[in-house]
Design a protein around this ligand. Structure first.
Ligand code: ADP
Length: 632
C-alpha cells in the first residue's frame, strides 16, 4: 500500500518480548510488527529489539549478522552479550543474545529459566546496547510487563548517562499480566546501613566505566551522579515520579565512591587491613542475621535489584508497589505499574478497554492518577501478513473487490481445509449427493490461546451447539495450563473422528491463515478482550465475526440486527457470559447464513473492505510520539 511519507521523521525503537511471525504467541507479536511496518512505510526509522530466543526460526531472518558484543549487568555480574541485526519481513530487528541460559528452550515462554529475571536482564541489555553504541532514538516503545522496567532503568540511570533524547511509551496489551516482582524492603528497614550499603555497592558496580580507576569518571566524561547535578537532573518532561534533584540515595552513592576507588588501589595499607577485618565482621553479622531471621532467608526472592534497581526506592504506593498490597505488603512490586508511573505516555489497545480499565481492575487507581498521559488506540492488523489476495498459505487467493473470484476462492479454501482435516463432506451430512448443498453448511472457526479470558466455557458450549445446528466447527488453540489442555484433549477425543468438529491443540501460523480463509464465521466469545485481532483478521478474510460485546470487540463489531447502526453492521454480538446469550448469536448467524445467502455474501464482501489496517491507526501512535518527543 502506498502511504504518504511524513515530513517530521522520528527514530522509534520497540523493546518487546514478541514479534510476528518469528516470535509470536498472541496479539502482542502482531501489533509490534504491524505498527513498526506502518511507521516505516511513512518514512520513520524503526527498529525492533527482541531476545534472541533459541526457538526463533533463523531461516526467516534475512541478512543476519553480528552487530556488537558487549557486557550487560545481571545480579552482580557482567554477562557477555551479543547483539545481532537482521531483517524480518522487511523490518530491521536487533536480537539480544546473552551468553547464559536465558531464552533457551523450545518456546518463546515457559523455558526452564526464571522469566522475570530474564526480561529484567533483557530490558537493561537493550538500554546498555543503546548506551554503548550511541543509539539515541526519539522514542523507546516498550510493551507489557516484560519490558516495563525499562522506564525505571531509564529514569534511574541511563538518562544520566548518554541517553538524553529518548522518551518512553508503554503499550499495555493486557492488564492481566503485571510482572510481580519481590523486593525485600525490610532488609533495609530493619538492619539499616547493612542492607543499604549492600545494595548501593551493587549499584555502583553496575557499569564497567564506574570501576573508578579513572577517578570515578563515567564514560561520558563526568561522574555519573554528578551528571545529574550538572544538568539539573532529568528534564522537565520526565514523568512525575522521577526525581529531578539528587535524592538521599544518590548522595549516599556519592559518599561511597571514594571507598570504591580506594578498594581498587594496588597499595596494601593498614587501613585496608582494617577494612578487611571490618568486612569480615559485617559478613559474620550478616550471616548471623540470616540464621536468626526468617526475613533474610527470603533474600533469594529479591528480584528487582537483579537488574541494578534499588527496590526500596520503588517500594512505595505512588511508584511501583502492587496496588492490591498497598498498606500491608510493600515487598510486592508490579513492573507494569512501575512502567505506567515512569513512562511518558501509556497506550492501551482500544478505547473501550481504556474505559473499562479506568472503571474497574486493580490498576484503575494508578491509571486514573495518570489519566492525562493515558490513551486508547485501537490496534490494526498487518495487511502485508494478513492479505487473502497474496497469502502464500492459501490454496486459492481471493480479494474483496471481485465478487465471483472471492466466492470461488473462499469455496476452494473451505474444501481444502475440510478435506485436509477429514471433515465429512457436506453432501453426506445433508444426505444428499448434490454439490450445491456444500455452501449451506456453515463453518465456524475459533483461533485462540486457550485461557480463561477467552471464554473457555463458551468455546466448549459453542462446539456442542454448532453440532446441534448441523454446522461445522474448528478450534485451533494452545493451552498453557495442563488442566485446560487435558479438558480439551478429552473433547478432541470425543469429536475429532466425527463429521463436523475438529479440535486442534497446537499453535500453527500456517493453519491459522487457512482457517480464516475457509471460515464462514469466526467466533470470539471472550470474557474480556483488550482489543482482539481474530475478529479483524477474520473480517479481512471474509469470515463474519460472532463476538461478545467487550473491549476492542465492542469497538470493531456491530450487530447485524441493530437497526440503529445498520450502516456499520458487520457481525453478530452478544452481551452475557451465559450459554443462552451465545446460543442467540449463533442461531441468528446460522439462520441468516442459510435463509439469506445473498445478504450473507454481501456482508462477507463488505467486511473484507473494512480498513482495520495499521495505516488507519498508526497515525494516532505517531501523534502520541510527537507529543512527548524532545526536539532539536
Ligand atoms: P491475544 O493477544 O490475547 O492472544 P488477539 O486476538 O489479540 O489475542 O491475537 C491473537 C493472535 O494470535 C491472532 O493473530 C491469532 O490468529 C493468533 N493465534 C492465537 N492462537 C493461535 C494458534 N493456536 N495458532 C495460530 N495462531 C494463533
Amino acid at each position: 500500500v502506498d502511504v504518504d511519507k511524513d515530513s517530521d521523521l522520528m527514530h522509534v525503537v520497540h523493546v518487546t518480548a514478541e514479534m510476528a511471525p518469528i516470535a509470536k504467541v498472541g496479539g502482542l507479536g502482531d501489533v509490534v510488527t504491524g505498527l513498526a511496518r506502518a511507521c516505516l512505510s511513512r518514512g520513520h526509522k524503526v527498529d525492533i529489539m527482541i531476545p534472541f530466543y533459541e526457538c526463533i526460526p533463523k531461516q526467516q531472518i534475512n541478512e543476519l549478522a553480528l552487530l556488537s558484543t558487549y557486557d550487560s549487568y545481571h545480579d552482580g555480574n557482567w554477562i557477555p552479550t551479543n547483539a545481532y541485526r537482521g531483517l524480518v519481513s522487511g523490518i530491521p530487528v536487533v536480537f539480544i543474545e546473552p551468553k547464559n541460559h536465558f531464552f533457551k528452550g523450545q518456546y518463546v515462554y515457559g523455558g526452564s529459566y526464571n522469566e522475570l529475571e530474564a526480561y529484567l536482564f533483557f530490558t537493561r541489555a537493550c538500554l546498555e546496547w543503546m548506551q554503548v553504541t550511541g543509539t539515541q532514538p526519539d522514542i523507546i516503545h516498550i510493551h507489557e510487563w516484560q519490558t516495563s522496567a525499562l522506564s525505571m532503568l531509564f529514569w534511574d540511570m541511563y538518562c544520566y548517562l548518554s541517553l538524553k533524547k529518548p522518551r518512553i511509551v508503554l503499550t499495555i496489551h493486557n492488564m492481566e499480566h503485571y510482572g510481580e516482582c519481590r523486593v525485600l524492603r525490610r532488609l533495609e528497614g530493619r538492619f539499616g546501613r547493612l542492607g543499604r550499603w549492600k545494595l548501593q555497592l551493587e549499584r555502583l558496580g553496575q557499569r564497567e566505566d564506574d570501576k573508578c580507576d579513572d577517578g570515578g569518571k563515567a564514560a561520558n566524561g563526568g561522574p555519573r551522579w554528578f551528571t545529574a547535578v550538572d544538568d539539573g537532573g532529568a528534564t522537565g518532561d520526565a514523568p512525575a515520579a522521577v526525581v529531578t534533584e539528587l535524592e538521599p540515595h544518590h548522595l549516599q552513592l556519592l559518599t561511597l565512591m571514594p571507598y570504591q576507588r580506594w578498594m581498587h588501589s594496588s597499595q596494601f595499607t593498614i587501613m585496608q587491613l582494617t577494612f578487611i577485618f571490618y568486612s569480615l565482621f559485617l559478613v559474620f553479622k550478616y550471616t548471623a542475621f540470616c540464621l536468626l531471621d526468617q526475613q533474610f532467608c527470603e533474600r533469594g526472592q529479591e528480584e528487582l535489584s537483579k537488574c541494578g534497581l534499588d527496590g526500596s526506592i520503588y517500594a512505595t504506593a505512588d511508584k511501583a508497589v502492587d496496588d492490591r498490597t498497598v498498606g500491608h505488603n510493600p515487598e510486592r512490586l508490579s513492573l507494569l505499574k512501575g512502567g505506567i508511573v515512569y513512562s511518558n505516555a501509556i497506550v492501551t489497545v482500544s478505547p473501550t478497554y481504556l474505559r473499562e480499565t479506568l472503571c474497574s481492575g486493580w490498576l484503575a487507581g494508578t491509571l486514573i492518577g495518570n489519566r492525562d498521559k493515558y490513551y486508547g488506540i485501537l490496534n490494526g492488523i498487518d495487511t502485508a501478513i494478513w492479505n487473502p489476495a497474496t497469502d502464500v498459505f492459501l490454496p486459492s487467493k481471493f480479494n474483496g473487490n471481485e465478487f465471483a473470484q472471492r466466492i470461488e476462492g473462499k469455496k476452494i479454501c473451505k474444501h481444502f481445509v475440510q478435506r485436509g482435516l477429514g471433515l465429512t463432506s457436506e453432501e453426506i451430512i445433508a444426505g444428499n449427493t448434490g454439490s450445491k448443498i456444500t455452501a449451506k453448511v456453515p463453518l465456524v472457526v475459533c483461533i485462540t490461546r486457550l485461557v480463561a479470558q477467552k471464554g473457555l466455557h463458551l468455546i466448549t458450549h459453542a462446539i456442542k451447539h454448532v453440532e446441534e445446528l448441523g454446522g461445522q466447527m474448528i478450534v485451533l488453540g494452545k493451552a498453557s495450563d495442563n488442566r485446560v489442555e487435558r479438558g480439551f484433549e478429552a473433547l478432541a477425543k470425543m469429536h475429532n473422528q466425527g463429521p463436523g468438529i475438529r479440535i486442534l491443540l497446537m499453535y500453527s501460523e500456517e493453519l491459522s491463515h487457512m482457517l480464516y480463509a475457509a471460515a464462514d464465521m469466526v467466533l470470539v466469545p471472550s470474557i474480556y478482550e483488550p482489543c482482539g485481532l481474530a475478529q479483524m483478521i477474520g473480517m479481512r478474510y471474509g469470515a463474519v465475526p460472532i463476538v461478545r460485546k467487550t473491549g476492542g470487540l465492542a469497538d470493531t463489531v456491530f450487530d447485524m440486527d441493530d437497526e440503529l447502526h445498520a450502516e456499520m453492521a458487520n457481525g453478530f454480538v452478544f452481551e452475557g457470559i451465559d450459554e443462552g446469550s451465545l446460543n442467540g448469536a449463533l442461531d441468528r448467524a446460522f439462520s441468516r447464513y442459510r435463509e439469506k445467502p445473498n445478504e450473507w455474501n454481501d456482508v462477507s464482501q463488505k467486511i473484507m473492505e473494512i480498513d482495520n489496517s495499521w495505516n488507519n491507526t498508526a497515525g494516532k501512535y505517531l501523534d502520541v510520539y510527537n507529543s512527548i518527543r524532545v526536539r532539536g
